[in-house]
Design a binder for this molecule. Sequence first.
Ligand code: BTN
Length: 267
Amino acid sequence: MIPADLAPAIIQARLRSRVIARSLEVVGEVASTNDAVMAAGRTGAAEGLAVLADRQTAGRGRLGRRWASPAGVGLYTSILLRPALPASDAPLVTLAAALAVAEAIQEASGLIAQLKWPNDVLVDGRKVAGILTEMASVEAWVSHIVVGIGINVNHGPADLPEEVREVATSIRVAAGRSIPRGDLAAAVYNGLDRWYQVFCEHRSEAILERARQISATLGRPVEVVAAEERWEGLAVDLDADGALLVQEATGAFRRVLASDVSIRTSQ
Ligand code: BTN
């Protein structure tokens, strides 16, 4: 059963994209939209395919975390991309998607959204959305990329998992009003279409520049927690490939890659 605010016709009427979500599957329930799109990618689905679910029963976040995905309130969508690039360029795709999500939230709600490196979108300093990018590669080249986007849209405080209530919010909580999820979905797809085009044209400096403008991380002290190491520094810039540049107290700079660390920004 698909709720009225996610009706495909509503979303399609607002789509201005060339590629993203031109093929759109809206489903009532799925285990994980990332798993569904990854499977479609393996069997040859075209670039741009988007799967959007009202509810996920096994929504996944980064670093093996669960992404709570109750029905009726959130936006859970994954998009298939097939860029011709080496796997090492993939982090910029996550940044491009994060820009699309932050700008869509702003467009749909009027709220100011910021990026917390590498893949969180914040409103009022609290997490409102997250991105899980997964990739299938052949040798060192991308075969396909799945960009999974989860947004807390119309959640009331009780809809957010207890363990994240202190650090998370929803658009409804922050804006004081609900917004139609279909309108937000279309804004995300249109924005991703624009930023993905910038990415494909190798204009990565434009992505980095916009990400610097709306960053909640740069200029802040951060704690980097890697598998066998924990250290602190000042987040100073984004490197050309989207890595975070952190300066330690000694003055030395270190590159931080999203794949092996989590960042804790001191508030
Ligand atoms: C994170 O912040 O850790 C990333 C969360 C990503 C959640 C989205 S919801 C749609 C897609 N399907 C999933 O199972 N995960 C992503």
